[in-house]
Design a protein around this ligand. Sequence first.
Ligand SMILES: Cc1cc2nc3c(=O)[nH]c(=O)nc-3n(C[C@H](O)[C@H](O)[C@H](O)COP(=O)(O)OP(=O)(O)OC[C@H]3O[C@@H](n4cnc5c(N)ncnc54)[C@H](O)[C@@H]3O)c2cc1C
Length: 423
Amino acid sequence: MIRNFARNVGFRPRRLVRPTTPEQLAGVIRESERVRAVGAAHSWSPAIVTDDTLVSVERMHEVVALDRARRQITVQAGMRLRELNAELDRQGLALANLGSIDTQSVAGVIATGTHGTGRDFRCLSAQVARLELIDGTGQAVTLERGHPDFDGAVVGLGALGIVHAVTFDVVDAFQLHDITGIERFDDVIEHIDEHVAGSDHFKLWWFAPSEEAVVFRYARTDRPANDSRVRRWFKERVLAVAVFRTLLAAGKLSGRRWIPAINRFMTGQAGRPLERVVPSHVGFLTPVPPIHLESEWAFELADARALLREYRRLLPDHGHSYNFLQEIRFTRADDLWLSPAYQRDSIWLSLYNIDRRYPEQLAKFEAFAREHGGRPHWGKLATFDRAYLRTQYPRLDDFTALAARYDPQRKFRNAWLDAILDG
Ligand SMILES: Cc1cc2nc3c(=O)[nH]c(=O)nc-3n(C[C@H](O)[C@H](O)[C@H](O)COP(=O)(O)OP(=O)(O)OC[C@H]3O[C@@H](n4cnc5c(N)ncnc54)[C@H](O)[C@@H]3O)c2cc1C
């Protein structure tokens, strides 16, 4: 049985294949009736589900080339982000922006438009300069930025082919000056535009229904790191993980009664005033969380204040409680057809929880998201209404046509993809 990280998806493929070369990968695709690719299985969406052939390129995880002059690195697509970050660090380089964890595969993060935060920074897929894949007919295809299919292929949902190598644009290694604190959520909402404009990477955690929010401000800097590894290990591996997990368990056991009090306490813990300088690939990350469910949608940044006012009321409405943090992030527009930030600077609103009423909460959150022109994160939970998706992803029909060209026998299709592409 294959299970994803959150264990909300489980299935038995007919076979799991781990090719070690592009030629073997092409052979697997040619001889299979239906194929899905899996990375680190960190998506909440059932994107990887198949009853036939599941392909993992995890054995293909080497560095292929480093081009210092062009500031580009090419790696095999089964590499985990953690390995990529470590290699870049050794070379005095870094990815310009990252999400909250580094255990996903390179191919997986770019296929879903995985993102971090920062008004001037795009999702990880937008840092890709070239893709090498095997399409549904077993043909090798290389797509560089500028190729007419490139913007459609990067956030590819595993629909066009199985990617085996990726070239990323990189930057010189840098540190993050991290200033964390707590502020009244209402005050932050009223001045959200200034907050977002005021730091390179700004994000919020909200332990609903707390009155306060944890405010993270990160400035990019060349100043040397000043945070000790021991302190980091203690705070991020021991304290954060142990305290957070214990409190979540207590919240669950209390039948939700203690959750508001626990969440106020957690706000104080997570938002303890902190000022430190850390390497970027450390500062962007948060401790790996316990098992929970996630949905996250991207909205027009210009609407941030009005959206946040409503979101703040929406979540606790009808007595719903949230035994987890909510995360609010910001990214710059890009041109990738299926990126939730396609041609739109974005604010990302989340629905994270450990609660058996999650389906009810998700339905309420999705209704809000659709009413406000939200676009779902492909790696997280969402129900699809294709007519609605077409209004939000203007290139969706073009993507469907591209998928038909790269995969004429619909080998890469599964029910999840059909719901997005056919409705
Ligand atoms: C704890 C946790 C924290 C997270 N934090 C963030 C975050 O900060 N920001 C964010 O945006 N997301 C976040 N995510 C979501 C995660 O980044 C995405 O779901 C990502 O796609 C997972 O990568 P993966 O390698 O596990 O891919 P999988 O989940 O295995 O696959 C995802 C998609 O990629 C396709 N795929 C995989 N390999 C290939 C390949 N070789 N060729 C073609 N297609 C392929 C699959 O078919 C599938 O459609 C988080 C997830 C978890 C569990």
